[in-house]
Design a protein around this ligand. Structure first.
Ligand code: C5P
Length: 233
């Protein structure tokens, strides 16, 4: 019987990136230097030797992933993407169900966060790996929050205790599978929200603002500058 817990990564990369407005196709295939955004995100997740395998979830209709050279035998592409991010993650977890034990840990990371650093990934595993409620990288909200009403600031919201959720998010395999298997996925924009709904309290592990999610063309410029500063371009 095996006693040690295994860690594996899962990157949902089946989105179309509509907010990017790019004619070049899904945003995970946009170039940042000499590599696609997806390749940078894959490299970032392989940065910790504790990750024993990395599954990349792509859309059934996607043929471009076959040109990706991950250069690491831990990487496996699964063409089981769904209509939403949460569906893609759920489908990916179902596809690997027989290969991992309930107690193993899965780390879900957006393809759209290519600037994740090795130290952030290691910190998440160190601080949340043994926690049955799991955890996620997150940063305390720095800006003042307004509720917009017809283009005007209607009210200022209290930001005390508010955090911005990032990825990776790390959970016990069976717990995340169960959390995504029950209830609607309509409002689920990250794995932590599904876990919270199921009664878990994931640990907030402080991350950094450089681990931004690339959503708009302006973010692409920022991400390129960050990768250059990290000497990863
Ligand atoms: O579009 P957004 O930035 O919220 O997407 C977050 C991540 O979820 C991206 O890596 C994207 O490729 C992925 N995704 C997915 N399946 C979908 C929609 C998004 O895997 N149907």
């Amino acid at each position: 019987m095996r006693h040690s817990v295994r860690y594996f990564g899962l990157i949902p990369a089946a989105g179309m990136g509509a907010r990017m407005g790019s004619a070049a196709g899904p945003k995970q295939y946009l170039m940042l230097g000499s590599k696609t955004m997806l390749e940078h995100s894959i490299q970032a997740m392989l940065g910790d030797a504790r990750i024993d395998r990395l599954f990349v979830i792509v859309a059934q209709s996607d043929a471009r992933w076959q040109q990706i050279r991950a250069g690491d035998e831990r990487v496996e592409f699964l063409p089981v993407g769904g209509a939403t991010r949460a569906e893609s993650v759920r489908n990916g977890l179902m596809a690997v169900a027989g290969r991992y034990d309930d107690n193993d840990r899965v780390l879900v990371h957006d393809a759209a966060r290519p600037c994740l650093s090795g130290s952030e990934l290691a910190r998440l595993i160190d601080e949340a790996g043994a926690d049955d409620d799991g955890g996620l990288l997150a940063v305390p909200l720095a800006d003042t929050l307004k509720r917009g009403e017809e283009g005007r600031a209607g009210i200022t919201l209290d930001r005390t205790g508010l955090w911005c959720a990032q990825t990776p998010q790390l959970f016990r395999f069976a717990s995340l599978r169960a959390a995504l298997a029950t209830g609607s996925l309509a409002d689920i924009t990250d794995e932590s929200s599904a876990m919270e709904r199921a009664g878990h309290t994931p640990r907030l592990v402080p991350g950094g603002s450089a681990n931004l999610k690339v959503t708009t063309p302006g973010d692409l410029v920022l991400a390129t500058a960050i990768l250059a500063a990290q000497r990863r371009l």
